[in-house]
Design a protein around this ligand. Structure first.
Ligand SMILES: [Zn+2]
Ligand SMILES: [Zn+2]
Length: 317
């Protein structure tokens, strides 16, 4: 498995029936990213066997307590275990004040630096964080208070090298194939060959979108556009669609419609209301609109680009 995510909590608003509050770990090649940080997130990370050493940034969607009250406990533990690497925290305006106002959490007492990237209520969309091999964007969602969703795009790779064509053009040295792949021109037996002559189109890297809490909206679709894996809230079933409107949430069917409109590869449903016991009903409802869908299971690992791998295998490439 390359990059993968682990849902740490899939419950809406209150912990219920063994489900925990919102949180999701995304493990990339070198870095760990956290999306939301509900109470007990640090315990769920432990239970999932996800180490916090590589944690680079925490992305908070909105300031409803079930999405960020766990950040204090996590930061306290990181301090106690001797973390010195800086950490970035991205989220709505007010987050820095929340942390800094806590005794023993003030910036001068922290053993590591926290860079807060605060998004004002006027924020619409844009890049909020860059890692060495990935970019994180945010876009405004449609909830009862200011909320944003996030999207991670890992760096792509050069297109496939057409070795047969390169040979015809007089390039036979494997070292030169490597240089062509990295975008350089080489001089072969028949003269100069540009990499663009023998390389296919660049390959897009894996991508993941985290869209919660929200009504179906343009920002959600924007984040989910052609994404490999879309993690979308589905607090309610369609029979309670009116509750979804009133509380600023989505139904399973609506989440599936977002996935379909955006052309997502695969949909993971989450943020289930305590009024429902089973995840099956959510899957069943969403699959009528978008078949490549599952209800997220806490602590299970999901390959970000699994849908892409399936397509690739089906084509036998
Ligand atoms: Zn919520
Ligand atoms: Zn909320």
């Amino acid at each position: 498995m390359d990059s993968y995510l682990v849902p740490l909590g899939v419950s809406a608003a209150v912990p219920f029936g063994g489900r925990h509050l919102s949180g999701l770990a995304l493990r990339l090649e070198h870095d760990l990213l956290l999306f939301d940080c509900g109470e007990a997130t640090q315990f769920r990370l432990r239970a999932a066997g996800v180490r916090t050493g590589p944690l680079k940034a925490i992305f908070v969607t909105h300031l409803h307590g079930d999405h960020y009250y766990g950040i204090l406990g996590l930061l306290a533990t990181l301090s106690l275990v001797g973390r010195t690497d800086p950490l970035t925290v991205v989220g709505p305006e007010g987050l820095a004040k929340f942390v800094d106002a806590t005794p023993a959490m003030e910036s001068r007492q922290r053993p590591f630096e926290i860079e807060f990237v605060e998004l004002p209520p006027t924020f619409s969309s844009g890049v909020v964080f860059k890692g060495d091999s990935y970019t994180v964007r945010a876009a405004r969602l449609d909830h009862t208070i200011f909320a944003v969703g996030y999207r991670v795009d890992e760096a792509g790779s050069p297109g496939h090298l057409n070795v047969e064509l390169a040979r015809k053009l007089g390039v036979v040295d494997p070292v030169q194939y490597g240089r062509l792949k990295s975008g350089e021109a080489v001089v072969g037996m028949l003269g100069r060959v540009e990499s663009g002559e023998v390389l296919g189109p660049p390959l897009r890297g894996p991508s993941f979108a985290y869209v919660t809490d929200t009504r179906p909206c343009a920002g959600g679709v924007q984040l989910a556009r052609d994404v490999d894996l879309l993690y979308h809230e589905s607090t309610f079933l369609d029979k309670d669609a009116e509750r979804a409107v009133v509380t600023g949430h989505s139904t399973a069917r609506e989440a599936a419609e977002v996935a379909k409109e955006a052309g997502a590869g695969e949909l993971l449903l989450s943020h289930f209301s305590a009024r429902y016991r089973e995840g099956d009903a959510f899957e069943d409802e969403a699959r009528t609109v978008f078949p490549a869908c599952r209800a997220a299971v806490e602590l299970q690992r999901y390959d970000v680009a699994a849908s892409r791998n399936r397509i690739t295998n089906a084509n036998g490439i």
